[in-house]
Design a protein around this ligand. Structure first.
Ligand code: GLU
Length: 470
């Protein structure tokens, strides 16, 4: 068994998997794959106030939609199950007690009121708010108080005046002063661990070799380092990824960019394009390539090559990339993707599966789609003719002329249709391609008109013109 074991540890507190977490998932998964290791999904559902029902299922479904498959997790099990923290409470309690026995943690009974008072006095005196070790120094009968039913938390006993440091693969040595680190709560009064205890215990027990996560967790890592040392466990390798940023450099947020992976899928961005785009956040292909497969990424990725500076999440770039991916699909793959995408749209589904002309349309649409969602707006007029309300006087006047011209097309082929339209335009100055477009499609541009008229068929085209005249 390889020694590389990576993980993501999402909290089910949102709609789905955040695109930033998908990025972290990609790096963890690719790095595990590269090293023939394992990639684990662990659900960190200990914050019961922020817990969102159904979020875990959505996170797992999105990962699968991107073919980021986990070797272990709540959905597939594994040797270190359970993989849901809420099902591991006795493990955390036991580990908290182990730390207490070693003098590395202690019980705290302080009331909310006392903690608030302490905090406000410290703030008034311009001190960093932190717990003052009151219970460590004064409580001698903790066991009896607990037996008597008193509520408690367990706190980390941080030794003052020490340097706490770790090596980060991406950022080098990161050092903290232990005087800056609070006696963090490890076990809450509801029996749930805090993130810090849960993450360290589980990463150790699940034999995680590389902890690869977003940079927002850097400030938590010294607490984790103290915990590893307190337990007497070796540190995993740490790598803190850059967080993705809005174009104004602020942290990627809902206000400025869609953040849920499912939104991107719902727009018809291809998973492979999104992964390619994400791979390039903070990393460049050694040959400077912009488009590459996930297999190639797996081959080339090394954590140390990731740049720490926050990459800008440029949705226009993603659109461009998606377009490149769509263009290189062969018709049958594109068709399958569209069939899946438009599963609920019977008209498009029916057209793609039964109509021979769909091949021509696919070919034409392929170069004009930024996302699968664009397909419906490119072809909708095949299924519904534009109404009279969309026509101006100019359009109405041209109808008899174009009708007569099209009636003369003997063999209903795009080349002949085009020839007739061109002839009309040369004879009649008011006849313009944009007018023709509106007549048949309702908009001034779209897929090449002669080809689309061929797909519509002569009868339908003439019938539409007649209807407009009624
Ligand atoms: N539960 C944390 C999150 O929501 C995990 C952070 C970590 O990877 O350590 O992202």
């Amino acid at each position: 068994m390889s020694s590389v074991r990576t993980r993501i540890a999402p909290s089910p507190t949102g709609e789905d998997i955040h695109i930033g977490n998908l990025y972290t998932a990609l790096i963890n998964w690719a790095y595990a794959k590269k090293n023939n290791g394992q990639f684990i999904v662990r659900i960190e559902d200990t914050d019961r106030e922020r817990y969102v029902k159904g979020a875990e299922e959505k996170i797992l479904a999105s990962l699968h939609a991107f073919s980021i498959t986990n070797d272990e997790g709540p959905d597939v099990g594994g040797p270190y199950a359970p993989y849901r923290q809420s099902e591991r409470l006795p493990i955390y309690k036991q580990h908290a007690e182990e730390l207490i026995a070693k003098g590395k943690a202690y019980y705290c009974f302080c009331s909310k009121e006392r903690l608030e008072e302490l905090r406000s006095t410290q703030q008034k005196n311009k001190q960093i708010p932190r717990y003052d070790k009151y219970c460590l120094l004064n409580v001698k009968n903790a066991k009896e108080r607990i037996a008597g039913g008193e509520k408690y938390v367990v706190r980390l006993n941080v030794t003052p005046d020490k340097k706490v440091w770790f090596d980060d693969v991406i950022r080098g040595k990161i050092e903290f002063d232990s005087n800056q680190i609070d006696d963090q709560v490890l076990l809450k009064s509801d029996g749930y661990p805090t993130y810090h205890l849960g993450v360290v215990v589980d990463d150790h027990l699940m034999k995680i070799s590389h902890v690869v996560r977003a940079e927002e967790w850097i400030s938590s890592t010294p607490k984790h380092v103290i915990l590893y040392e307190s337990f007497g466990w070796p540190l995993p390798v740490f790598a803190h990824m850059p967080i993705l940023r809005n174009p104004d450099k602020s942290k990627l947020s809902k206000r400025k960019n869609p953040v849920w992976a499912s939104w991107y899928l719902g727009e018809g961005y291809l998973p492979e394009a999104i992964l390619n785009f994400l791979a390039l956040q903070g990393w460049s292909h050694p040959d400077g390539k912009e488009l590459f497969s996930v297999a190639e990424f797996i081959e080339k990725i090394d954590l140390k090559d990731i740049h720490p500076a926050g990459p800008i999440f440029d949705i226009n770039k993603l659109q461009w990339m998606n377009q490149q991916y769509i263009q290189t699909l062969d018709n049958s793959s594109l068709k399958n993707k569209l069939l899946n995408f438009y599963e609920e749209n019977q008209t498009i589904h029916g057209f793609l599966s039964n109509n021979k002309a769909s091949e021509t349309v696919l070919e034409l649409a392929k170069t004009r789609m930024k996302a699968l969602k664009d397909f419906s707006s490119l072809v909708h007029y095949l299924f519904e003719s534009p109404g009279k309300d969309m026509m101006s006087e100019e359009h109405m006047q041209i109808i008899p002329l174009i009708k007569t011209a099209l009636e003369q097309v003997a063999s209903w082929k795009s080349s002949e249709i085009l020839a007739v339209l061109k002839e009309l335009m040369s004879k009649q100055s008011s006849a313009k391609m944009s007018l023709f477009y509106v007549l048949f499609t309702g908009s001034k541009q779209g897929l090449p008109l002669p080809e689309m008229l061929e797909v519509l068929g002569k009868d339908e085209v003439l019938k539409r013109l007649e209807n407009l005249q009624k």
